[in-house]
Design a protein around this ligand. Structure first.
Ligand code: A2P
Length: 328
């Protein structure tokens, strides 16, 4: 399979290369593209150095394009690549809400991928991480209402976000004022309840992505979902605290049993040993960690749980490569 990675020098692009290596993905050709800023750059892949090419305006000579170079670029070029004969797996939010474009998590709705018309969208990272735990519970017990608060890492804003956190932390410790160019406020030693822009209903677009995308992936437009999305000074794994109301009777034990068998999920729930999901333990893992599973005290037939996943992997690179695997 001839594959192009667009945005190869970015935080997600680099992870895509690592996932290809780790999976030993059958590639007959790998082309790497980025902006003119990266002209002359080479990226390591399987012991070789692959040159990064400046992205042309037209079609790309490959079978699959994995795009992680932002929404406006995907909006403009994904149709051009698709018309040129490539299947586009797009990591941006440009196509996710288009009814003609499947939004796919391979462990949940692989069949949707087959209905593509040249473009398949990869979900938002916060949605993807929540969905891995919520889907098996929904199938077993029918989730009706979901309230989720997120603790999102700097990597959600790309390589620049991670650099701003690291540089800002250094500056803060030296008694200087940290920069806030990528984020709206300095992130080190702070939490910021603002990701993406504010909408008319007072939610942010990031919060509404979880609502729109979960309903689309689960094919459950009736599911009621409310989110508070918060940026915190971690590097690359998002954490989410969820409260879920169910239609069918549920217990923490029954939920744990379902999650133990769910693909892409690791139950980490031994509070007596101080074992629960955390960004540091979930970093670099292909599974999302789920724990703190307990009966909610405020609502009937409801559970609380905590889910943590590597934002760059499950939320982006790994999911995108797994979509490509559906077409091998
Ligand atoms: P570059 O490194 O040359 O700027 P991140 O999400 O980590 O910020 O990464 C964004 C990725 O998208 C980078 O690889 C970046 O390349 C690439 N990119 C951004 N704008 C363009 C563009 N206009 N054409 C091609 N690649 C782009």
């Amino acid at each position: 399979m001839r594959v192009a990675v667009v945005g190869a020098t970015g935080a997600v692009g680099r992870e895509i290369l690592k996932v290809f290596e780790q999976k030993d993905f059958p590639l007959s050709e790998l082309r790497l593209y980025a902006s003119p800023r990266s002209a002359g750059t080479k990226l390591p892949f399987k012991g070789e150095e692959i040159p990064v090419e400046v992205l042309p305006e037209g079609p790309l000579p490959v079978d699959i394009v994995l795009a992680s170079a932002g929404g406006s670029l995907s909006k403009k070029l994904a149709p051009v690549w698709a018309e040129g004969g490539a299947l586009v797996i797009d990591n941006s939010s440009a196509w996710r809400y288009d009814p003609e474009v499947p939004l796919v998590i391979p462990q949940i709705n692989p069949e949707a991928a087959r209905k593509h018309k040249g473009i398949i969208a990869n979900p938002n990272c916060t949605t993807a991480i929540l969905a891995m735990a919520l889907w098996p519970l929904h199938r077993a017990f029918r989730a009706t209402h979901v309230v989720v608060s997120t603790y999102q890492a700097a990597s959600g804003a790309g390589a620049g976000g991670m650099q701003e956190l690291l540089g800002g932390t250094r500056a803060f410790l030296e008694g200087k004022k940290p920069e806030a160019k990528v984020f709206q406020h300095p992130l080190p030693f702070n939490v910021i309840p603002h990701i993406d822009r504010f909408l008319e209903n007072d939610y942010t677009r990031e919060e509404m992505k979880v609502v729109w995308e979960t309903q689309k992936i689960f094919d459950a437009p009736e599911m009621k979902i409310s989110t508070t999305a918060v940026r915190i000074p971690t590097l690359r794994a998002h954490a989410e605290a969820a409260t879920v109301l169910f239609e069918r009777p549920v217990t923490p034990e029954a939920a744990r049993e379902v999650l133990e068998k769910a693909p892409g999920v690791q139950v980490v729930d031994e509070p007596e040993k101080n074992r629960y999901p955390m960004p540091l333990t979930a970093t670099g893992k292909w599974e999302v960690e789920v724990g703190r599973i307990r009966k909610n005290l405020a609502f009937e037939n409801a559970l609380d749980f905590f889910v943590v996943g590597d934002q760059l992997l499950r939320g982006a690179a790994l999911n995108a490569v797994e979509i490509a695997e559906l077409f091998l």
